[in-house]
Design a protein around this ligand. Structure first.
Ligand SMILES: Cc1cc2nc3c(=O)[nH]c(=O)nc-3n(C[C@H](O)[C@H](O)[C@H](O)COP(=O)(O)O)c2cc1C
Ligand code: SF4
Ligand code: SF4
Length: 252
């Protein structure tokens, strides 16, 4: 089984790697921004993993599915989404799109992980609380891997009821936030030291350094990587200031 993932702050990458380790799987595992990403199509079984955004798929992942529509026919796809609290049908959104292109959805899991929206105070938890969340998620993955080895694939987020929960719980109110790439990255040029960490890590190449300062374009997939790893807390997106930077390495 090969795997492709989007992971802004490392949660989704961590979960994919843990599941594959537990399964003893030695397939190719690549971030979606990798130049070699198309090599994942060499397998008939593929994991697609991403963070839930407003109970929807990040736009870069949707683009990837649509841009490779001829690759999905008869592929067996297992979906993983990670979330801060509630995904509804976070896996189901990708499942419906992939089925349109002929994919067979073998199952899906939705895993609670630390929230990556680091410029919103209401969502923040302590490092200790986030460590406990990660431990719980890792234990859940062990159970899921055991089930999968026995041929039972979980179906989280794929039911009609999940579809209703995702739609009425979030997409109906926030749909406009995930219908395209975001133009809303804000960079405080007074704080920016031009180190380039943000641009080097951005999966959509949305940030460049011009005259010693970072400048954002309009193709942000809202992954929160630049915001979480900027050493000067100079970048924001949904909120007005960085409250506490996220990043899986703090919790593992
Ligand atoms: C723009 C945005 C929207 C989000 N929306 C949701 C959401 O609807 N429900 C939820 O539980 N978590 C939500 N989250 C939290 C992330 O899904 C969660 O932290 C995820 O594990 C991040 O994974 P990553 O580190 O692999 O990027 C959102 C995060 C971002 C950045
Ligand atoms: S990571 Fe922060 S400080 Fe470094 S270039 Fe980007 S915005 Fe500026
Ligand atoms: S600009 Fe920042 S938040 Fe947006 S896609 Fe790039 S790294 Fe992610």
């Amino acid at each position: 089984m090969n795997a492709v993932y989007l992971s802004g702050t490392g949660n989704t990458r961590h979960i994919v790697n843990r599941l594959l380790d537990e399964l003893g799987n030695k397939g190719t595992v690549l971030p979606i921004e990798s130049e070699d990403v198309k090599t994942v199509f060499a397998s008939d079984e593929i994991i697609i993993a991403y963070p839930t955004q407003f109970s929807n798929i990040p736009y870069l992942v949707r683009d990837f599915i649509n841009n490779n529509q001829n690759e999905w026919k008869d592929k067996k796809i297992f979906l993983i989404t990670t979330m801060g609290m509630f995904a509804g049908d976070g896996t189901g959104c990708a499942a419906r799109l992939l089925k349109k292109y002929g994919a067979v959805i073998s199952g899906g899991i939705q895993i609670i992980m630390p929230d990556s929206v680091c410029d919103c105070k209401a969502l923040k938890k302590t490092v200790q609380q986030n460590k406990e969340i990660v431990t719980k998620a890792e234990n859940k993955i062990k159970g899921i891997a055991a089930q999968m080895k026995a041929g039972k694939y979980p179906q989280e987020g794929l039911s009609f009821w999940s579809h209703l929960a995702g739609f009425f719980g979030q997409r109906l109110w926030f749909y406009n936030k995930t219908t395209g790439y975001s133009k809303k990255i804000k960079i405080d040029s007074d704080k920016c030291i031009g180190c380039g960490i943000c641009g080097n890590g951005c999966p959509t190449h949305n940030i460049k350094i011009e005259n010693g300062k970072a400048v954002a374009d309009v193709k942000c997939t809202m992954c929160y990587r630049c915001i979480s790893y900027c050493p000067k807390q100079a970048i924001t997106l949904l909120g007005k200031e960085v409250v506490q930077q996220a990043g899986i390495e703090k919790y593992t």
